[in-house]
Ligand binder design. Structure first.
Ligand code: 26V
Length: 822
């Protein structure tokens, strides 16, 4: 039964300190926390002092929220994720505490520029892309809509790599975000748990010879130590905790080994513990499959579960009520090993029998799937799994027996279907399927857009869905409007406040009141001026950093996201090359000035993705340097795309590129950020684009290309990309120019294989969609040239995107999955 939320009477109200108060707090922090005075303080010291001031203010709210949750015996949500792509936090905190303006003034009175020190804050990149950023938006929204929650993850010393572009190629450098320490976090040495690996399983028998329980005797032990970061919601309604685990040797000084003279052994142990939280795996849906990755998954899953179980026991004294007081969410399959781990804790440590433990486990867990790409569906070789986690392997077998028995006894499944339901993949090498494990261990399995959820039912989980038809549900992704509008686009926020008042700040769906201003010429001009200022800021950055001049009055066309073949940056580049060719051969025509921006990282092992980055850079060099283009087309690859870069680029876009092969992008969230900031989308009917079209209206989005079912049908039939290419002279010429070395004269064969791939198989249907894409781009030009119409459409996008707030998404999770009041 859902209880409605009681009023949070004990929570402190937001106070509104004046600049003088804040200035004196900053000076105190500088002196007593940083240990400096104003004469020697560096900009970094000012940053540290400012963070300490805002953190102190957050702590009051943090402690009272935690206390209230305890006293009211509220159900808690635990969000387990190997990634939290949180970016910088200081502005978020100022803005959510509503002290941005007085803080700016306070710092100015001390001769410090807030914007300048803000850029010194390291961008915490503990994630690869969409999945990790979603976890960060969710943390902020859970605090905002007042859901008591803990995020659990790993405190990687090295997050996502820093990308440099050298001679057009991606070079990966370590990101050392903790170099200056981390002013946000609290180390909780006392909150540490032992994590075991390897060893064997012993059975304990009772006097009558009956098997009593299993005891896992691991061979290796490490410690997981907690580091807590407070996460503050809008107007500090609630402050939640992001708890990240760091690996440490069980005996930090390794005294025994050292004393025994085993110095190398001591060092090895320390390195092993360290390795667990050393580095984020940088592969975004590209096979990792390393032993260390499985170790990381188990390390953070068991530490989090031990923490959760301990908290529950200390409050309630028993574990039967766990599902009523704790909802544990699995962000993709990365923490799926938590399913057998909870079973182990309940059975082996707390003495429950299998069926009670299984019932509790299923009622506690829920799982979100974020991709259907076969290469991203995790599975582990049975021998590896068994060696690292022998007891978990037994439990997986026991769960499998239970599930397969259920399936068989229903008499509704063929042998092949039973094999598809099994937790163990039997063809080829035997592997543990983490998706199936997460599915059977959860009461709810959700996709991240309507289309993706339907495809889940039809493809990867078709048979499991038939066995458990009430489990799969949809929760379309969302983004936090605090970071992705209020903070990153102060110009648009101020304009909207002038027009419709402040209600949308508290309830972003109220931004729909802007809709009627689409027809107001004066408002459109103001809207255009804001966009122009945001574009100028990006243009200046590109000029400073890359030495490329771009004209802010040109159409800014932006594709920023991980580089992956299914996202089809190549389609965009091919269209750019075709356009380049047209501009050169038809100088008499009235071309629309356009700047095509690209940004994104490629997995270091993903050859084609890295080649696509090089191609974008090679094309940029030729196009930008060709006087015959007369500045009508520019191509810019922005290096090291991350959250901070997104915050500048999203507000500066006129056109958002969301052009994945239909059926392959689970949702997308960048698509939402662009539209909320007033860009029009050119996109396929994929992921959340489908629902964006429904919300913004057909006239305010440019949709083209094959639909998901058409892609599937072509793949089943005989798709002939060669015939398509040969029938499209513009495409054929673009491909042949790239293939023959026009953009790589010193290495003419560089792109030969990449281009041959389009002729030979073209799995991502670039050829099939090219013509529709290019034609739609010319439609984009036409609308752009009627600026009043363009701006009206852009305003409607802003007005109609409120639904895509992660507040809405989180409320749905809370009501429909977690059963917590909101
Ligand atoms: C998979 C792997 C496998 C190898 C090791 C490293 C690694 C890291 C991440 C992943 C999963 C990638 C899945 C992902 O990021 N999916 C994205 O999730 C977004 C949030 O739901 C969604 O908007 C994007 O469409 C989807 O691609």
């Amino acid at each position: 039964m859902t209880r409605t939320k009681t009023l949070s009477a004990s929570l402190p109200a937001l106070d509104h300190p004046d600049p003088q108060t804040l200035a004196s707090e900053v000076l105190m922090a500088l002196k007593y926390r940083v240990g400096k005075d104003t004469t020697v303080a560096t900009p970094y010291d000012w940053l540290t002092a400012s963070i300490k001031v805002v953190r102190d203010r957050i702590i009051d709210h943090w402690i009272s929220a935690t206390k209230e949750t305890y006293e009211q015996q509220e159900k808690r949500v635990y969000y387990l994720s190997l990634e939290f792509l949180i970016g910088r936090l200081m502005r978020d905190a100022f803005s959510n505490l509503d002290i941005m303006d007085p803080m700016r003034e306070a710092l100015a009175s001390l001769g410090v520029d807030l914007d300048e020190i803000a850029t010194l804050e390291p961008d915490a990149a503990l994630g690869n892309g969409g999945l990790g950023r979603l976890a960060a938006c969710f943390m902020e929204s859970m605090a905002t809509v007042d859901v008591p929650a803990h995020g659990y993850g790993i405190r990687y010393a090295n997050g996502m790599f820093r990308q440099e572009i050298q001679d057009g190629w991606q070079v990966e450098l370590p990101e050392t975000w903790l170099d200056h320490g981390n002013s946000w976090e609290f180390e909780r040495r006392e909150r540490s748990f032992e994590v075991g690996f390897g060893g064997s399983v012993e059975s304990v028998t009772a006097k009558d010879g009956r098997l009593e329980r299993h005891v896992w005797k691991p061979l290796e032990h490490v410690l997981a130590v907690a580091y807590d970061t407070p996460v503050v919601g809008w107007k500090a309604k609630r402050v939640n905790t992001l708890r990240l685990w760091s690996g440490m040797p069980v005996d930090p000084i390794l005294l025994d080994k050292f004393n025994a003279g085993d110095h190398i052994g001591a060092l090895a142990e320390s390195n092993k513990a360290d390795a667990l939280s050393r580095v984020l795996y940088p592969a975004d849906s590209h096979k990792a499959g390393q032993e260390l990755r499985l170790r990381q998954e188990y390390f953070f899953s068991t530490a989090s579960l031990q923490d959760i179980v301990q908290r529950h026991l200390s409050q309630y004294g028993e574990l039967a009520s766990l599902p009523d007081k704790a909802a544990i969410h699995l962000n993709d399959t990365h923490p799926a090993v938590a399913v057998p781990e909870l079973m182990r804790l309940l059975m082996d440590v707390h003495g429950m029998d299998f069926s009670q433990a299984w019932d509790i486990t299923k009622r506690t867990f829920a799982y979100t799937n974020h991709t259907l790409l076969p290469e991203a569906l995790e599975s582990w070789p049975v021998p590896l799994f068994e060696r690292l986690l022998p007891r978990h392997m037994q439990i997986v077998y026991a769960i499998n027996a239970e599930v397969l028995q259920e399936a068989r006894s229903s008499n509704r499944f063929s042998g092949d279907q039973i094999a598809a339901i099994s937790l163990i993949q039997e063809n080829g090498d035997r592997r543990v399927r983490m998706g199936n494990l997460a599915f059977v261990g959860s009461h709810s399995i959700n996709g991240v857009s309507a289309l993706h959820t339907e495809l889940m039912k039809q493809t990867v989980f078709a048979d499991l869905h038939r066995l458990y038809p009430d489990r799969i549900n949809n929760k379309t992704n969302g983004i936090t409007p605090r970071r992705w509008l209020i903070q990153c686009n102060p110009g648009l926020t101020a304009l909207a406040r002038q027009a419709i008042g402040d209600r949308f700040l508290d309830d972003i769906e109220a931004i729909k009141e802007l809709d009627r201003f689409a027809g107001d010429a004066a408002f459109r001009d103001k809207f255009a001026a804001v966009k122009r200022a945001n574009k100028t800021r990006l243009a200046n950055l590109v000029a400073d950093r890359l030495g490329i001049r771009v004209d802010p009055s040109a159409l800014f066309d932006i594709q920023i996201k991980r580089i992956h073949e299914y996202k089809r940056q190549l389609l965009n580049i091919l269209e750019a090359v075709a356009l380049y060719d047209q501009i050169r051969s038809h100088p008499e025509k009235d071309w629309t000035p356009r700047v095509k921006f690209f940004g994104g990282k490629a997995a270091p092992s993903y050859h084609n993705a890295k080649l696509i980055i090089k191609l974008a850079n090679d094309v940029a060099k030729v196009v930008n340097g060709d006087p015959a283009v007369r500045g009508l087309l520019k191509v810019v690859f922005v290096p090291n795309y991350n959250v901070s870069a997104a915050e500048i680029m999203m507000p500066a876009a006129d056109l958002s590129e969301q052009i994945s092969t239909a059926g392959m992008e689970a949702s997308g969230t960048g698509n939402m950020k662009f539209a909320l900031n007033g860009a029009l989308t050119i996109g396929t009917l994929d992921g959340a684009n489908v629902e964006m079209k429904e919300h913004v209206g057909d006239d305010n989005i440019f949709i083209f290309g094959l639909k998901a079912d058409e892609v599937a049908e072509r793949r089943r039939g005989d798709y002939q990309p060669r015939a398509i290419i040969e029938a499209l002279p513009e495409l054929a010429q673009a491909i042949s120019a790239i293939s023959s070395g026009v953009f790589s004269p010193h290495d003419p064969d560089r792109y030969r294989d990449l281009m041959n791939g389009l002729y030979d198989s073209d799995w991502f249907m670039v050829a099939a969609d090219f013509d529709a894409y290019a034609a739609t781009q010319r439609e984009v030009d036409a609308v752009w040239n009627d600026r009043a119409d363009w701006n009206a459409r852009a305003i409607r996008n802003v007005a109609r995107m409120g639904w895509f707030s992660s507040d809405r998404t989180i409320r749905q999770y809370a009501k429909e999955i977690w059963n917590v009041p909101v």
